[in-house]
Structures are given as C-alpha cells and as structure tokens.
Design a protein around this ligand. Structure first.
Ligand code: T68
Length: 830
C-alpha cells in the first residue's frame, strides 16, 4: 500500500509540474502522462495498448490544434481568399506518425516513451486508419490537404464522416471476402465534434411557385423529410507550421425523438426516424470508377454538399462580407463530379433562400466552382436519372433544367445545330432521361482540369471535346502529386536519413532538392548504402507478409510489385500471364534470364465486380501452384497481401524494386502509386499512360522500362477491328499460358473456374492484353538482365529518386494556386 502511495505521488508530481504544451522530451512526457491519467483514467502500469495510443494521440492533438488556431487567426486577419475542397472521399492514413514528423518531435517522443519503458513503433501500430475513400482519388485529396497546410493555403476540406469506411479485405480460400470497417470502434482521438455547427437538409416533396406582392418570382421547396448534418473537425497539420481543418459531416435526426409519436406511446416508432436519418452517412460506397446509381449515394452527395455550402455562406457573412462577393473570397474545388450537385445547390441557396436575381447568382456560381475530372472511362461518368433526381431533389431538377435552357439558348445563338446541342445538353435523352453530371460541373465552373498532361489532353479531345471548343480557356491541366513527407519522410526513415545526410533536410519542403543526389549515382559506396537500405526495407516487408499470409519470401529476390485497386483496365491479369510464362519456362528447364523474383500484389475489388474478384482468385491460385512447386519455389514467389490501405502502403513502397504501371494506354487518368514507388527508388515498368509519361520524361527513358502501345496505337487497333484470337494463334507461348487457365491445373481440376477470364481475353479483350503481351514479356527479360548488374540497377534507382521532385503534391498545389485558384499562400512562420 505504501509502495502504491509512493507511486501515485511520484506520478502526480510528474504530471503536475509542467503546464506548457511544449515540444521538449520532458514536456511531451508530462503531457502524455497527464492525458493518460485525466482523459483515460489510467496509470501506465494498467494501461492497454489503446489507452497508450490515445494518450499519445491527444498529446499530439493539443499541439496540432495550437498550430491550427494560429493559422486560422492569421488567415482571418489577412482576410485571405480561401479554397473549399469538396471531396466525397479522403484517405488520410494514420495521423500519429505524420503529425510527429510535422511537429518535428518524433525523436523527443521516442525518448520520452522510452523513459517510461514504452516503444513508439508499437504505439504507432495501434492506430486504425480512417478508410474514408476507395483509392487514388481519396488519397489525392489527403495529399492535397497536407500540401495546402504546409504551404499556408487558406483551406478547408469538406467531406462525409462515414461510420463504416472502405471494407476490410480478407482472403478466404483465395477469394476476397469483405468485412465491415469499424474504424470508430475504439473512438477517434483526432476529431472534435462541433454540435453548434449543424445545418438542416431537406429531401423529397414538391415546390410551389408564385409571384409576390413586389412582383418578385418566389419558389418554395416543401420537402417530405428533413435531417441535419453536424460538423466533425480533424486538424491536418502542415510541416513545421500551419494547420487546416478537414470538416466531415455526420447525418442525424433533427430531433432525437419524434415527440408526437412518443406521446402516443409508440416508443420504437419514435426512434425509427432517428435511425433512418443516421443511415445516410453509415457507409462508403465501395465502387471506384463504376456507378452504383443508388438513391442513398445521391443523398450522401447532396447532404455533404449542402452542409458545406451553408457553412461557406455562414463563414462569408460571419466575417462581415457581402454574399455578392462570395466568389472573390472563396473558390470551391469539386473533386470529380461526386459533389457537382453543388452547382444547383448554390443557385438554390442564392436565389431561393437569399433572394438574389438569377443572373447575379449564376455569375457568382460560375466564378466560384472549379472542377477536376479523374476519369475518361464511360462507365464511371456520373449520370443521375431525372426520375430519381426529381423525386429526391425536386427544386434542383428545376434549377438544372433552367441552367440547361439558358445554356442551350446560348449555343443556339452561336448557330450550333441540333445534334451538337443534344450532345452537349446537361440532359441525356438518348436512353433513360438523365442528368450528365460532368456537363453540369463543366458549365457551372470557371476552370476544368485533368490530372496528368495526357489525361487533360484526352479530356479535351474526347469526353469534353465540344466544351473545350466552346471555352478553350476554361480547360487546363494540373498533374497529380503525392505527399512526399508521408511517403518518404514517415514511411522510409532509413532512406530519408541517408538523403538528409547527403543533401540536408531541405527536400522536406522542396522536393526538387533531390536533384543533388544525381552526382552520387555513380558513387559505389553510396550505391551500396542505398541498396543496403532497400534490403532492410525488404526484410521488413517480408516479415510483414509472412505474418499476414504465411508465405515466406527471400528478401534478396527482385520485389516486383503491383498494388492498386483491382480493375481490368489496370491489367493485373497481364502480370499474371507473365508469371505463368516464367513458370512454364522454368518447368521446361529454361531458366536463362530469369532472376529469383517475388511477385507482390495488393488491392481491393469492388464487392460487385465479378471479374476483379476472379482476378484475385487467379492470383492466389497461381501463388498456390508456384509457391508449392519444389522445382520453382526458390525462383518465383507470388504473394497477395490482403487489405491494401495507406498503412500497408507505407510498408510496401519502400521495399519495392520494380513498380508495375501497366494499364492500357489512355485509361489511367494519372496514377499516383507510380510516383510513390519511384520516390522510394523503385524502377517502373509501364505503358505511356497517365502520369507515367511525365515520370519517364523526368527520370529519363534509360531509367524507365517502357512497353506496349501508345494511346493512338490503342485507338488504331480498336478502329481496325481488334481480333485478340489472332495473337493466341500466332504466339505459342501465349497460347500455352492462356490454356493453362482452363487446364484445371490452377483450380484442382476445375476447368470452368477461370473460363470467364479466358473467354473474355480471347473474344473481346477490351484492354488489349494479348496485343501488348509480347512487348511486356520482352521488357521483363530486359529488366531481369539489368537486375543481374547491381551497380547498374542501383544507379537507375538513385536517378529515379533524384529526378522525382516534380511529383510532390506541393508542386501540384502551387499549380492550383497560380493557374486556377489565384491564391497566394500565407505561410505562418514560427
Ligand atoms: C483515380 N480515380 C484515377 N476514383 O483512376 C487515377 N471513382 O488515375 C488518379 O491518379 C486518381 O484518381 C487521382 O486523380 C479514383 O480513384 C475513385 O476512387 C472513385 C470513387 C468513387 C467513384 C468513382
């Protein structure tokens, strides 16, 4: 007992003698213990892993809020123009490690914990990341939040607080199975709820139109249901200074209980309304680049857009500014068409709620929004049927028709013909009458951009061709970029340290500094250290994979990695055909030019996407065959790492030797994984697609393994009547590999399992795998030859990193600032 008393006294003295929210080891330690005690009611001796994680998170959050409050004050004082970034998805990844880096307190924290016998890395592993997005688009939004914070761009990121994010992927018997994501289960220490920041949102019902006593046309929307959105704020820190807010909306009932029903005594009925409202933000739709067309999805989109716009208007008025000046003080970036109903909603708010004239409101609206397109795939271009839209948002449908009428009149005045007008109309009358959201976004924005040079060019030539002819100055490009502080600084500490030792730490805020590495690319000692670090990272990944899959991999093998969402256009199955060709060769005793290789895959398939799920099964089946074959298992390994997310990505990229970017040219808008791999010294094997084109330009064609047809060649192949069967007939090895799919050898004798893939490739092959096959195989032979010359490989790897500076999201955000937003960053210095 006395011992306990002593412990307690000691403990309290430790937490009570320092009040300062400072950055020294002692201050961090004191804050940490205080959080543990007063926020979680624990002493270290009995704290769970989660308690420790939360105490540290809260310690760091205090410091993060300090930065944020300072930035906000600065922005307000300068009356700065701000960006509102509207995105239905965010993938921030784990916050803790990143915030430690941003505050530059990683070492101090590690030391403080060590004195308490705790290990920082173990605590970092506790964090469950917010999976509030599907893939590239959501991750891009988070990279941009980081860069806006770091550069001091006055910004706020609006989105949806999904209770269940992207599903957790399990592999059962080789197949993907989906498990609910419970990211909020243990609580979320990073967010703060703002119950006083809440807005009412209406759905359904009808509209009434009349002319009032002042001869003013009036419209009232009489909805049949209402709910509210409440703000949840998460601070996003920049490096060394500044912080901005990611504001996510949660749906709730306006009243927790329907009292009229409650009074009658039907308690359960009263609660039902509350539950129905909360359903709205329950779950993220797990489809990337494919339409779900579901009513709930449209409701989610409108819900978060309306909350955000009402919030922006509140901020504008709160600061004593006029609503007429909204477009001068705010620019709103639409992350794809998911938030594009905003164009109609802003019109409704200005005209119906704030009594503005249509023409004035339209002028504000079309000078406020800018739209980023992320895809050319026809199946991914959003359309909403007029029936559904009119039922859910009757007033918005009227507004869309009005915008369209005025737009078509403008075209008529310019002598456009009927066919052109039908093509450009916001309303598609060809099948089920529907609203083309990309057209709404384009007409309602002052700028439209694609996400790589190639993609922006194709956007102008294909999908939005008519609009680009009409308004050429509206169209521009901003090539994507990635948060190098996370994807090199946090996730690859060994390489970061080596780089900083050589060229200093300035690369953290100016990635172009990496150019200085170029002069060491021939330095043998440097090459050795470089490859030694890669090997260490590969050992870590190997251990991680063995723990997750039971498959052991020799870290000395070439790590050939294909991680991204599973989609036919990304051609994971082309990679599989390559593996099978090597397997065949080895079985035939032909092992020349084959170096020991581990093929590592990762990525989620949309739960309803049969072909994508079959591809996962195929990868695992090939793995079973290859990994258990005595003759080849030391030469080839195949691993499917389940549940690829930001946390796992941070282990994968630093360990990759070869980055697979093999989509059919013209299909991948940009890609951002391609940048993260190269940033970590992987060499790319890729097509001339998306940002691959620009990466190759930067790193030099001798340091990039190019194969396959160009976009023009792909189009030509299609136009000439592509017949994949011809390649099957003419190419013996290809034929053998394809026939393996239906031989039963991969599927316990079941010859039908992979037949849908087989038939698809032989009959349609919409992504032209067979046409690009030989070029891919040849390039891989070359790659294996280069791998056999470690010095040559190391040099190419160093040169990739040295020349990757362009692909920092800091550069992308600066591009947005100058070419689109016209915003000057306000960096708050210490
Ligand atoms: C990706 N798109 C592009 N979409 O495919 C990729 N879609 O090339 C690009 O680098 C990246 O965006 C960033 O620009 C997506 O990730 C989705 O995730 C998505 C989600 C819902 C609906 C449609």
């Amino acid at each position: 007992k006395r011992e306990n008393k002593k412990l307690e006294k000691h403990f309290l003295s430790q937490i009570e003698n320092t009040e300062k929210i400072g950055f020294s080891k002692e201050e961090i330690k004191a804050s940490f213990l205080k959080k543990l005690f007063y926020n979680l009611g624990r002493v270290p001796q009995v704290a769970t892993e989660n308690d420790l994680y939360k105490a540290l998170a809260l310690t760091v959050r205090d410091r993060a809020f300090r930065q944020f409050v300072r930035s906000t004050a600065e922005f307000a004082q300068k009356d700065a123009r701000a960006v509102a970034y509207l995105s239905a998805e965010y993938l921030p990844g784990p916050h803790l490690g990143k915030n430690l880096l941003n505050l530059e307190i990683t070492d101090e924290t590690r030391e403080a914990l060590k004195e308490l016998d705790l290990d920082l890395d173990e605590i970092l592993r506790e964090e469950v990341e917010p999976g509030l997005g599907n893939g590239g688009l959501g991750r891009l939004a988070s990279c941009y939040m980081d860069s806006m914070a770091t550069l001091g761009v006055p910004a706020i990121g609006y989105g949806i607080r999904y209770e269940f994010g992207i599903f957790n992927q399990n592999i059962k018997n080789g197949w993907q199975s989906e498990e609910t994501d419970l990211w909020l289960h243990y609580g979320n220490p990073w967010e703060v709820v703002r119950p006083e920041i809440a807005y009412e949102i209406k759905f359904g019902g009808r509209t009434e139109h009349w002319v009032d006593e002042n001869d003013k046309y009036q419209v009232e929307w009489i909805p049949d249901s209402e709910l509210k959105g409440t703000a949840y704020d998460t601070p996003i820190l920049g490096y060394q200074s500044n912080g901005i807010i990611m504001r996510l909306w949660k749906a709730e009932a306006i009243e927790s209980f329907d009292f009229s029903v409650y009074n009658v005594g039907d308690y359960y009925k009263a609660v039902e309304k509350k539950m129905r409202s909360e359903n709205l933000t329950k779950v993220l739709y797990p489809n990337d680049e494919n339409l779900s067309g579901k009513e709930l999805r449209l409701k989610q989109q409108y819900f978060f857009v309306s909350c955000s716009l009402q919030d922006i208007i509140r901020l504008q008025l709160m600061q004593g500014r006029k609503l007429e000046d909204l477009h001068k003080k705010f620019t709103i970036q639409l992350n794809d068409t998911h938030p594009s109903i905003a164009v109609a909603e802003l019109m409704r708010l200005l005209v119906d709620e704030h009594q503005m004239e249509w023409v004035d409101a339209w002028n504000i609206t079309k000078n406020t929004f800018a739209y980023t397109n992320h895809t050319l795939l026809p199946e991914a271009l959003e359309r909403w049927s007029v029936g559904l839209l009119g039922r859910l948002l009757p007033r918005h449908l009227e507004i869309i028709y009005e915008i369209n009428n005025r737009f078509l009149n403008e075209l008529k005045e310019r002598n456009y013909n009927g066919e052109q007008m039908a093509r450009m109309s916001l309303i598609d009358e060809s099948g089920e009458t529907s609203v083309r959201m990309a057209h709404l976004a384009t007409v309602g924005s002052y700028k439209v951009n694609g996400v790589s040079a190639l993609h922006s060019g194709l956007l102008k030539k294909q999908v939005l061709n008519d609009f680009a002819d009409l308004w050429p100055e509206k169209f521009t490009n901003v090539t994507n970029g990635v948060d190098h502080r996370r994807f090199l600084g946090v996730s690859n500490p060994r390489l970061s340290e080596l780089i900083s030792k050589k060229i200093g730490k300035h690369w953290l805020t100016d990635l172009m500094q990496l150019h200085q590495l170029e002069k060491f690319s021939d330095d043998k000692t440097f090459q050795k250290k470089w490859m030694e670090i890669k090997l260490q990272n590969k050992k870590e990944l190997a251990a991680h994979m063995e723990e997750r899959t039971g498959i052991s991999v020799d870290p000395k093998m070439l790590f050939d990695v294909h991680v991204k969402r599973i989609h036919e256009y990304k051609r994971q199955h082309l990679k599989v055909l390559h593996i099978l060709s090597l397997y065949k060769r080895l079985k035939n005793g032909d092992d020349k030019n084959i170096v020991p290789t581990a093929f590592i895959f990762g990525g989620k398939a949309a739960p309803g996407y049969f072909m994508a799920k079959l591809i996962i099964k195929l990868i695992n089946s090939v793995g079973d065959l290859v990994n258990n074959d005595e003759q080849v298992k030391d030469r080839l390994k195949v691993v499917f790492l389940p549940n690829f997310n930001v946390k796992q990505a941070q282990v994968v990229y630093p360990a990759a030797d070869l980055s697979e970017q093999i989509s059919l040219a013209g299909k991948e808008a940009s890609g951002t994984g391609n940048m993260k791999f190269a940033l970590n010294g992987a060499l790319t094997v890729g097509t001339l697609d998306g940002a691959n084109v620009e990466i190759r330009e930067e790193v030099g064609d001798e340091n990039f393994f190019l194969f396959g047809q160009s976009t023009e060649e792909v189009q030509k192949t299609r136009a000439e009547g592509y017949r994949p069967y011809k390649y099957y007939e003419q190419n013996e090895e290809l034929r053998e590999v394809l026939d393996l799919l239906i031989s039963g050898e991969l599927s316990d004798g079941d010859k039908e399992l992979f037949r849908p893939l087989y038939n698809n490739l032989l009959q349609q092959d919409p992504y032209q795998l067979l046409k690009d096959y030989q070029s891919y195989i040849d390039k891989q032979e070359e790659i294996h030859k280069v791998w056999s010359k470690p010095g040559e490989w190391a040099k190419k790897s160093i040169l990739n990193v040295a020349n990757i500076g362009k692909f920092s999201s800091d550069r992308s955000i600066k591009d947005y600032c100058t070419t689109i937003w016209k915003i000057d960053p306000v960096r708050v210095e210490d």
